[in-house]
Design a protein around this ligand. Structure first.
Ligand SMILES: *Cc1c(COP(=O)(O)O)cnc(C)c1O
Length: 364
């Protein structure tokens, strides 16, 4: 078939193409609605996502970066306050803390799931600590029981970064429903994505929800700005895309789990470290580890299979962020060894066997 063509690592366009007719209808509906900002599509999506995550409220915003910053702001985290987060994540997690003038305190991760290490959170807490931002990396849940216990003991807020964890759970609770709030990204390549930037915040706290609704819309509430906000709304057109795709999220996640299990079987005797098997993970990535990954990736690329790295820099390797980092030996090592294999169902439905064959060839 198309074995002579390069197999992409990730291709959100394949998904949009699959839903072409439904999406065209959705676009047409928005176009003729004469309502483009905070209309019925956003309201419908907020209701649907809160139902899906099992929270009382959901607030659509422009991105997860803004969602994290607005959550901190709405919870009253201020300049000079400290916010503890993870050493291996999208830089956005850390820059969102800087965005509101607070001080990130970046700590090391677990070597298994690559999520934040609760013991390191504990050690990092000072009188100035106000919040923890655990990141559910690659679709794996953080140790939320331990993290919530630490937060309770020290009276800290917990803002879950769920940008890679749409539909994942911990002890039968959906991620995004455990902390004070959960923040989601709908960047096109996420498990649930739109055709541009988008995000949402889930919470069970009604006062927090009203505050967030105001802050995302200049701070306006009942025609009054009590506290200055920003413009960070989810667009109607993106909400319409998300309304079309959300009903298929479970099926897509299930398909990722299926391929993750197939990878586990197919790759088990090869010189690479496989990620943990976890039926509650949603495999935003399928991250394997090895030394000499460049050789492997180049060889695979020559064979027509592209891979990714999430992430090739731990947070302490970014010039503007290193000053906020504690020693991160585990994250730094992981950043040198991680390779993300293709895991998007639309790619693997066609190419899984070829990818496995080429991986075996490259590791011979
Ligand atoms: C994608 C991502 C973000 C940033 O999301 P945006 O919607 O692009 O702002 C933040 N944190 C994590 C863990 C992410 O994967």
């Amino acid at each position: 078939m198309s074995t002579n063509k390069t197999i992409p690592f990730c291709n959100p366009g394949l998904r949009f193409d699959h839903f072409k007719n439904e999406l065209n209808d959705a676009f047409q509906k928005v176009a003729s609605s004469n309502s483009y900002i905070l209309g019925s599509e956003v309201a419908q999506f907020e209701t649907a996502l809160s139902k899906y995550i099992s929270t009382e409220y959901c607030i659509g915003v422009n991105s997860a970066t803004d969602g994290l910053a607005l959550s901190l702001m709405a919870l009253g985290v201020k300049s000079g306050d400290e916010v503890v987060t993870a050493g291996l994540t999208a830089p956005a997690t850390v820059t969102s803390i800087l965005q509101i003038g607070a001080k990130p305190v970046v700590v090391d991760i677990l070597d298994t799931t690559h999520c934040i290490n609760p013991a390191e959170i504990k050690k990092a807490i000072t009188k100035k600590t106000k919040a923890i931002v655990p990141v559910h990396l690659h679709g794996y849940a953080c140790e939320m029981d331990q993290i919530m216990a630490i937060a309770f003991e020290h009276n800290l807020y917990v803002i879950e970064d769920c940008s890679q964890a749409h539909g994942a759970s911990f002890n039968n609770q959906k991620l995004g429903s455990i902390g004070d709030c959960g923040v989601f990204s709908f960047y096109p390549t996420k498990n649930l994505g739109c055709m541009g930037d988008g995000g949402a915040i889930t919470t069970n706290n009604g006062a927090l929800a009203s505050k967030l609704r105001a802050l995302r819309n200049y701070g306006l509430q009942d025609n009054n700005v009590a506290e200055a906000g920003i413009n960070s709304r989810l667009d109607e057109v993106h909400a319409a895309i998300l309304n079309t795709l959300l009903p298929a999220l479970d099926e897509h996640n299930e398909s990722r789990r299926k391929y993750a299990n197939l990878y586990q079987d197919a790759l088990k005797n090869l010189p690479l470290k496989l990620p943990p098997i976890d039926s509650n993970a949603i495999y935003h990535q399928f991250p394997v580890r090895m030394e000499n990954r460049n050789e492997f990736r180049n060889q695979l690329k020559k064979e027509g299979v592209l891979t990714g790295i999430h992430y090739d820099k731990s947070i302490n390797q970014h010039d503007a962020l290193k000053q906020y980092c504690q020693p991160l030996p585990v994250a730094t090592r992981a950043a040198e060894e991680l390779v993300s294999l293709p895991i998007q169902p639309e790619i693997l439905d066609t190419h899984f066997e070829t990818i496995v064959t080429k991986i075996k060839l490259a590791l011979q």
